[in-house]
Design a protein around this ligand. Sequence first.
Ligand SMILES: [Zn+2]
Ligand SMILES: [Zn+2]
Length: 134
Amino acid sequence: MTRPAWDAYFLNIAASVSARASCPRAKVGAVLVTADHRLLATGYNGAAPGQVQCDEAGCLMEDGHCQRALHAEVNAVAFAARFGVRIEGATLYLYIDRDDDGEADVCRECMKVLRAAGVKVGPVATRSRPVGPV
Ligand SMILES: [Zn+2]
Ligand SMILES: [Zn+2]
């Protein structure tokens, strides 16, 4: 029996997390991991907990973007903040459930939040950039 490598392990977790996304425009899952491979926080894209979700009320579109949903990366950082989990020095693993159009990556706004929180961007997987052996 072969065990998955760490990158495949965390990208597969991120893929599972993405299935919970509540904004129909994208299904994205994020996980934050320590340097010694401990899972700290997860997030998927959708409105903040307790708020009306896109899959109930529709997206709130402005300038071609849904304003209701937070991105998975920001929700993962907020999850950590909510429970007092230190994420400085952590690595982000991201799964984007769509075909890779060459632009599937962390957006500029999330990049700013991750930098401010001391999180490094790690591997990003998509349907066409698969996560490796399970
Ligand atoms: Zn939406
Ligand atoms: Zn983003």
